[in-house]
Design a protein around this ligand. Structure first.
Ligand SMILES: [Zn+2]
Length: 315
């Protein structure tokens, strides 16, 4: 083959390979970024890289509320704790506002009555896994079990499903997010943290954990108040320090004209509204059976005549 013909053939092969690659990249982006309209939108990519996007449809990930409204969302993670949740619920009820609680399955099992109360008083309850393990350290099968087991405990406690999800420490991979979406859940991020986390054990303490242990209600309130912007999702934790900080947070933000919304209310006010019923009535096998499951009544057999003879043990 002559040199020019050879180089023409090489060029054609290279061009075909580039075209195929481009088509592949486009198909991938279309899947991951929620459609070609996003892929070709300059505004979408600006928001994406500046952390300004509110909702990522490809993985059902709610990152923040619409900043056109002066709303904030109070979220309370890691409960229900006996020392925190009742006080937080009292404070919310007194102010006539609702929060969103991301609960841990093993704690729901310990205090089902608290989760029942959360829902009964108009708050939303989300899934924060069964054991609060960092999900990116687990195989996908175990990730799904962590989510499902928490869901089972909430359903047993309340007869309601949980459609909102927040991964412990926000530690997820893209595959985990896709699996969570596949389970019908919306993942919820956060934007303002109060460093009010109280660690269960004093092993491998990070500075955040140390801050959390030594924190005062005033510090919690200050961290929230000084960082609030329209549309933010505020990360708080289910503990007494946070409960004590709530009146100051609510009073200050109200004075500045902020309203308090649950996660599903914030989702419904996005530029492209997303409709999520946070805790629909559960209709599957876990619903309404109560937790712990009622023990079967013990019926004592009536004693009639003499006890049957015991069969001698054979060797
Ligand atoms: Zn947590």
């Amino acid at each position: 083959m002559s040199e020019p013909r050879k180089s023409k053939k090489t060029l054609a092969i290279s061009l075909s390979a580039i075209c195929l690659l481009l088509v592949g990249v486009l198909l991938y982006l279309r899947k991951v970024e929620g459609g070609l309209s996003n892929v070709f939108s300059l505004e979408y990519w600006q928001n994406h890289f500046n952390g300004l996007e509110m909702y990522r449809p490809s993985v059902s990930y709610f990152t923040r509320g619409n900043d056109q409204f002066k709303d904030v969302c109070l979220t309370f993670d890691d409960g229900p704790h006996l020392k925190g949740a009742p006080l937080i619920l009292d404070a919310l009820k007194k102010e006539g506002i609702h929060g969103t609680f991301f609960v841990v399955g093993i704690r729901v099992k310990e205090h089902p009555e608290l989760v029942k109360r959360m829902i009964a008083e108009g708050n939303e309850v989300g899934n924060h896994t069964q054991d609060h393990i960092r999900l990116d350290t687990l195989p996908l099968k175990n990730v799904k079990a962590e989510i499902r087991n928490c869901e089972i405990n909430v359903e047993r406690a309340t007869g309601r499903r949980v459609m909102l999800f927040r991964p412990p420490g926000m530690r997820v991979t893209h595959d985990i997010m896709l699996a969570v979406k596949g389970m019908g859940l919306t993942t919820v991020g956060w934007n303002v943290g109060a460093h009010d986390f109280i660690p269960p054990a004093a092993k491998n303490m990070t500075q955040d954990m140390i801050d959390g242990m030594n924190t005062t209600p005033n510090q919690v309130a200050e961290r929230v108040i000084s960082n609030v912007k329209p549309g933010v999702i505020i990360l708080l934790h289910d503990n007494p320090v946070t409960a004590a900080a709530l009146p100051a947070i609510i009073a200050d933000l109200r004075k500045k004209g902020y309203g308090f919304k649950t996660v599903s209310e914030m989702l419904s006010k996005l530029p492209k509204p997303i409709k999520v019923v946070a805790n629909p009535i559960a209709t599957d096998r876990y619903a309404n059976i109560g937790f712990p499951p009622p023990a079967a009544p013990v019926v004592k057999p009536a004693v009639v005549g003499t006890a049957p003879a015991v069969k001698p043990a054979t060797k």
